[in-house]
Design a protein around this ligand. Structure first.
Ligand code: CTP
Length: 407
């Protein structure tokens, strides 16, 4: 299986894998491929990135690798983990560890340990398998029935306290369920419900929830994942306003969407005050807060953009200044196709329209310096958008009229 993993990676990933295999085979280094890449290799799907667990000091090994392969290291001392970046590829290496959670939802207290403890601290059986790097054909280390669950298509936690220890695993469960087309095992579903009922969700910081939402936003089937997390009561437990899936439903079958589209879809149905409170709960960064605010604002002003009497200049007046990512997401989110069409034309054409004449041209024609120049340019733009002027000559005639009008 290691050969299969090696054949599927290149660049920095391959360089790191080859060096570690050599160290394991020739030097007896106790190191394993672990978690996602083992799961994906067993499923026969492309391995996205490589995670390793070392029975020993992972940051020290990461430094050695970086100097051998010409890479950079970031160390996270609290968890004994390190990331090596080689040729732009980032590889995580962890010191095998035991974790205990002082109380539900807290970050774990960790201590160095062996492989068994390291696998036992993990979220799901399908993520709790390890592949030794020594030799070519060592069997997968699978103490929690991961192979069986992979075959049965089940997402299963390792012990009943797992979700209470780390409630973010509930979102992770949904992510794997939808991504892999698996089911959540019955006992795991019961434990998930119990964790929700016990209120442990509120013990987790907004930053941690947001990071797991960001992971979902990067998935191909993010809309289905978020809808499922909503239906299971996970999102409403994070904030009660996250309970309307109408925006997500509109994105359900659309391909090629990005994180901001899913963010907008999640927040679109909210009232403005709820949007603010939920954004605060998740400690959204400024750029995302803007998307949230403008998506909700756009939903509220959408009714004013429908009907035959809405000129392009009126659309621009309403939308200018709104975040263009929010407008782009709203093309899919608004229910009225006429409004959607106008948003699309705003993005593709109307917002780019400028007059042929410049501010200097206006001054040369006798428009007084000061705010009048900007106002006249705006008026020219509006007339051009609405098809009332076309050529530069027509613009000049209009400016003459404005000057003689004197206001
Ligand atoms: N993990 C965990 N509990 C969490 C987060 C992570 O037990 N709350 C463990 C899992 O064993 C997981 C590993 O840490 O396989 C790495 O986590 P992460 O990087 O988030 O997962 P990947 O395997 O890289 O990503 P994916 O599963 O999405 O491919």
């Amino acid at each position: 299986m290691l050969e299969q993993v090696a054949a599927g990676v290149s660049g920095g990933y391959l360089a790191v894998l080859q060096s570690l295999r050599r160290r394991a085979t020739e030097g007896g280094l106790p190191i394993y491929l672990v978690g996602g890449p083992v799961r994906d290799a067993l499923l026969g799907v492309p391995v996205k990135d490589l995670d390793f667990v070392l029975i020993g000091d992972a940051p020290e090994l990461a430094e050695e690798l970086a100097s051998e392969l010409g890479g950079a290291v970031t160390v996270h001392p609290r968890f004994g983990t390190a990331t090596v970046e080689v040729q732009g590829d980032r590889v995580d290496m962890v010191t095998a560890r035991k974790e205990t959670y002082p109380h539900p939802g807290s970050l774990p207290v960790v201590s160095a340990s062996g492989l068994e403890d390291d696998l036992a601290r993990r979220d799901f059986s399908i993520n709790a398998m390890a592949l030794p790097l020594a030799g070519d054909s060592a069997p997968v280390v699978d103490p929690h029935g991961g192979l069986q669950d992979l075959g049965d298509g089940l997402v299963r936690i390792l012990h009943p306290q797992s979700f209470a220890d780390d409630p973010t695993r509930m979102l992770r469960a949904v992510r794997y369920q939808v991504r892999l087309g698996f089911e959540i095992a019955d006992s795991t579903q019961s434990d998930l419900n119990a964790t929700l009922a016990e209120g442990h969700v509120s013990a987790v910081t907004g930053d941690r929830w947001r990071q797991d939402l960001e992971k979902i936003f990067q998935e191909q089937r993010a809309a289905a994942m978020l809808s499922t997390a909503m239906a299971l009561g996970i999102l409403p437990a994070i904030h009660p306003a996250l309970c309307d899936g109408s925006g997500l439903n509109r994105m359900a079958d659309t391909e090629g969407l990005g994180p901001v589209d899913y963010l907008a879809a999640l927040f679109m149905p909210l009232r403005s005050a709820d949007g603010e409170a939920t954004a605060q709960r998740l400690n959204l960064p400024t750029a995302w807060l803007r998307v949230v605010r403008d998506t909700i604002a756009l939903k509220d002003l959408a009714p004013s953009l429908t009907g035959v009497n809405v000129a392009p200049s009126a659309v621009c007046r309403a939308l200018n200044g709104l975040d263009t990512d929010a407008v782009a997401a709203s093309v899919r989110l608004v229910s009225d196709p006429e409004v959607a069409g106008r948003l699309r034309r705003y993005l593709d054409e109307w917002r780019l329209v400028v007059p042929a004449l410049s501010g200097n041209d206006l001054l040369a024609m006798g428009v007084p310096a000061g705010p009048k120049v900007g106002e006249t340019l705006q008026e020219l733009t509006a007339m051009k958008l609405d098809g009332l002027v076309d050529t530069e000559g027509q613009e000049r005639a209009l400016v003459e009229r404005i000057i003689s009008r004197g206001s």
